[in-house]
Design a protein around this ligand. Structure first.
Ligand SMILES: Nc1ncnc2c1ncn2[C@@H]1O[C@H](COP(=O)(O)OP(=O)(O)OP(=O)(O)O)[C@@H](O)[C@H]1O
Ligand SMILES: [Mg+2]
Length: 187
């Protein structure tokens, strides 16, 4: 589904990625490990088009995407849970979930608000709260819910549970695993 081939990515004159290659197959989970500053986030940002690679190629479902703008890549079915969550602070939980929701791939049973609230009951309790009124864990759940609402084929998670309490981590991985099973049934 995803082929990253020998990409070099730079920030101005400073090169962060040197010939990174990886593959993700249909239904597969791939984990990228590395010390701080090794280029995990840059790899993710290169795939989604935020920091396009200078050389190398990226194929998603066989189509070259390394020169596409990030909103086009997202429309093809790549969801992002970014480092630092990037929740809209002045939108409510519900507004955060629906602001970018879409079904561009026309899947038969797209995610609904109800399903996201079933996955993350804490979000349901806080549905009218603004993004900047949420705890870190709640923001993380919201970032995952928001990414699911674009009905992605591929979900990129950058440090999905960083800095969160063990119980919250468990809740997030449980919800993520159950959304993944659902994905397999309906996509
Ligand atoms: N906006 C930027 N401008 C310049 N250099 C950057 C920028 N963002 C990251 N870098 C540099 O690129 C390299 C890779 O950073 P990146 O954020 O991809 O690492 P990471 O593996 O995600 O680290 P962490 O585990 O700390 O999140 C680092 O040397 C970093 O200093
Ligand atoms: Mg990072």
């Amino acid at each position: 589904m995803l082929h990253v081939r020998a990409i070099d990515t730079c920030y101005g004159a400073s090169q962060a990625l040197f010939g990174v290659s990886l593959e993700v197959g249909d239904g597969e989970v791939v984990t990228l490990l590395g010390r701080n500053g090794m280029g995990k986030s840059t790899t993710i940002k290169s795939i989604i088009g935020l920091t396009p690679p200078r050389t190398g190629a990226i194929f998603f479902d066989g189509r070259a995407i390394e020169q596409l703008e990030s909103h086009r890549i997202a429309r093809m079915g790549v969801g992002l849970v970014p480092e630092g969550r990037q929740i809209f602070p002045n939108l409510t939980v519900v507004e955060n979930l629906v602001a970018t929701a879409a079904n561009h791939r026309r899947v038969d049973t797209p995610f609904t608000l109800k399903e996201i609230f079933e996955l993350f009951p804490r979000l349901a309790e806080r549905r009218r709260h603004y993004g900047n009124e949420l705890s870190g864990g709640e923001q993380q759940m919201l970032a995952i819910g928001r990414a699911l609402m674009i009905n992605p084929r591929l979900l990129l998670l950058d440090e999905a549970t960083e800095g969160l309490a063990p119980l919250i981590r468990r809740e997030i991985w449980r919800a993520w695993a159950s959304s993944r099973t659902r994905g397999w049934r309906s996509w």
